[in-house]
Design a protein around this ligand. Structure first.
Ligand SMILES: [Zn+2]
Length: 292
């Protein structure tokens, strides 16, 4: 069985010192592909460099370029122009536009920065719209961040009807919300949310959805798995423990955890383990590596 982490911020400073060991560990676990979204123009070069240095077997890192809704507070159209230029320059290397999206919690916090909620939504939507347009023009899939924003994201996706669609990253929501995305060709990123038994709505949705609509992701170094799942594990991920003992850099999650997320998924689903693993890999192929 082979695995792909479809969403990992591997260029994060938290991974810097231990990256070679981490990649060896991924390789030993058959995690052979890691997709790394960018978050703002300030990390475009890091993401592209990282991928350039690891673009062959046994482990391939694939870059995406985009501006994340958390980091656009002080950005403007100059940065969007910069994104367009970087996408054109790196077009043959990148496999998606991401991480882009809309975040309701960020909008609600806007008042603390002296901005109205409406103005913040407007700013986020301007960036989202622009980036969907780039994806459309370049025939690339998108990696979408959502939080308290399904209702706001959906009209954009319906309007653009992107040829390659993409991934709803870190999906959490109801069965119906998931189906709405799947109807537009999107796949759902299954991550640490399913390791929390309290996430009943999301777990129930992931249980019932077609297996052809799911991909695995960690979102490392963010989005830790539940303590319940981590403490049940034999401590095979010693590297993660090393990180935790380092007081200056503390990733809460690592791409090796794709294996734990996969195990939880196999408990939720009825298909056999190999069938699940194979289908998840075909789903990745379909979104990112098919030439439609
Ligand atoms: Zn992310």
């Amino acid at each position: 069985m082979q695995f792909t982490d479809s969403h990992c911020h591997l260029d994060d400073i938290a991974f810097k010192e231990h990256l070679p060991e981490l990649l060896v560990q991924c390789q030993q676990l058959n995690i052979n592909r890691i997709i790394v979204p960018a978050i703002s123009p300030s990390n475009f070069n890091q993401v592209l460099e990282l991928a350039k240095n690891h673009h062959k077997d046994p482990i391939c890192i694939y870059p995406c370029l985009g501006i994340h809704p958390w980091f656009l507070q002080d950005l403007n159209d100059t940065h969007l122009a910069q994104l367009t230029q970087s996408v054109k320059q790196a077009r043959s290397d990148i496999i998606a536009i991401g991480e882009i999206g809309l975040d309701g919690a960020i909008a609600k916090k806007a008042e603390a920065h002296g901005q109205s909620i409406e103005d913040n939504w407007h700013h986020q939507q301007h960036f989202f719209d622009y980036q969907l347009n780039i994806a459309n023009e370049q025939n690339l899939p998108v990696i979408i961040h959502h939080r308290q924003s399904h209702d706001k994201i959906m009209p954009f996706l319906k309007r653009y009807k992107l040829n390659k669609a993409g991934i709803i990253h870190g999906f959490s929501g109801s069965y119906q919300q998931a189906v709405n995305y799947i109807d537009l060709g999107f796949k759902l990123g299954v991550g640490s949310t399913i390791t929390y038994s309290r996430a009943k709505k999301t777990i129930n949705a992931i249980k019932r959805l077609p297996l052809t609509s799911l991909v695995l992701e960690t979102d490392a170094p963010s989005m830790p798995l539940s303590k319940e799942v981590m403490s049940n594990e034999v401590k095979s991920d010693e590297l993660l423990m090393t990180y935790e003992s380092d007081a200056t850099k503390k990733p809460n999650n690592s791409p090796v955890n794709i294996i734990q997320i996969f195990k939880v998924l196999t408990n939720i689903r009825t298909e056999n383990v190999e069938e699940i693993a194979n289908q998840l890999e075909s789903n990745i192929e379909q979104v990112f590596f098919s030439h439609i």
